[in-house]
Design a protein around this ligand. Structure first.
Ligand code: PEP
Ligand code: MN
Length: 341
């Protein structure tokens, strides 16, 4: 429930409402706005009987929110959240953040080369999987802790913060020691125990949309993290499963403007996993930016033909460099024709 106060409500009246909410055994979270204060009510399992609150002085109206997410919604938190990863800022209204790197960390040389290439092209963050969620058990499963070390080394050598996937709660500590941002993969979007644990720590999180998750389920998954106290969450659209099988997934770009409207969290797009096809990555990257994405995550490999994982959707360093030139042109164009986004 959301309690909207009159614009002239005094602090005393606000405090009185908070006390009344707490008397119901619920938590009250004031949301100061430029015109008026609202008070978010948290902790209820179902409908809240608001009769003891509605009539208090200073209360304008109560709104019953039936969505499974509140903390991540703009209703509860109108101001956009900026997520900061070692100096790189998502959602601050400036340039979109480019994350690039291989699907998996394979060798020291491979990740050092990839890092140098994406850095030179203008990426602000390096990606690389060490713990890989592969569809089959016979595929390359990642280098594990050794991969984390190499990723950290490459991040330091290139001056880029790094993001990598954590698959299980037991891996959290070691991943936090080596990475600047934790990735929760599509297959774990509804691993609620993992989401809760990630919510208890202070590392920023990149939460990817589950491949069959609705927008509401996606936001509810983010709510698990924020509800535990970690508000540094970036959402990532990476395509969903549909009947279409020409592309690996179907890139649902419409969620970008929807999420910008419904949530205060930044939203980025991964055109690599969304399409599965290298040739589609540049155009869908640009489409995502036009749709309003706060950043992109693109797979780049020094030698895609030899990649141990996702080579078909990986760009070479040269192709990524060319794409970054096109992206910068597009961003200048969008800046000139700014429509308030
Ligand atoms: C990845 O980014 O490495 C990955 C496995 O992506 P997803 O979880 O979206 O499939
Ligand atoms: Mn991949």
């Amino acid at each position: 429930m959301l309690i909207v106060m009159h614009h002239h409500a005094s602090q005393e009246q606000i405090d009185q409402v908070i006390t009344a909410v707490e008397a119901l055994g619920l938590r009250a979270e004031p949301i100061p706005g430029s015109l008026r204060t609202a008070i978010g009510v948290l902790g209820n399992q179902g409908y809240v009987d608001d009769s003891s609150i509605r009539t208090l002085p200073g209360v304008r109206e109560t709104i019953h929110v039936s969505k499974p997410y509140k903390l991540v919604s703009r209703d509860f938190h109108p101001v956009s959240t900026v997520v900061e990863v070692s100096g790189v800022r998502f959602g601050d209204g400036q340039k979109p953040v480019m994350i690039a790197g291989p699907c998996s960390v394979e060798t020291e040389q491979q990740i050092l080369d990839a890092a140098a290439q994406v850095k030179a092209a203008g990426a602000q963050m390096l990606r690389g999987g060490a713990f890989k969620p592969r569809t089959g058990p016979h595929s390359f499963q990642g280098l594990g802790v050794e991969g984390l070390k190499l990723l950290q080394q490459a991040g330091r050598a290139s001056g880029l913060p790094v993001v990598t996937e954590v698959m299980r709660i037991e891996q959290l500590e070691v991943v936090c020691q080596h990475a600047d941002m934790l990735q929760i993969g599509a297959r774990n979007m509804q691993n609620f125990d993992l989401l809760k644990e990630v919510g208890k720590i202070r590392h920023p999180v990149l939460l990817k949309r589950g491949m069959s998750a609705t927008l509401e389920e996606f936001l509810a998954a983010a709510e698990y993290i924020v509800a535990e106290g970690n508000e540094q969450v970036v959402l990532c659209e990476r395509g969903i499963r549909t009947f279409e099988n020409t592309t690996r997934n179907t890139l649902d770009l419409s969620v970008v403007p929807l999420i910008r409207d419904m949530s205060h969290l930044p939203i980025i797009v991964d055109p690599s996993h969304a399409t599965g096809k290298r040739a589609l990555v540049p155009v869908m990257s640009k489409a995502a930016l036009v749709a309003g994405a706060h950043g992109l995550m693109i797979e780049v490999h020094p030698d895609p033909a030899k990649a141990l994982c996702d080579g078909a959707q990986s760009l070479s360093g040269e192709a990524f460099t060319a794409l970054m030139v096109e992206i910068n042109d597009l961003l200048s164009y969008l800046e000139q024709t700014k429509d308030g986004r």
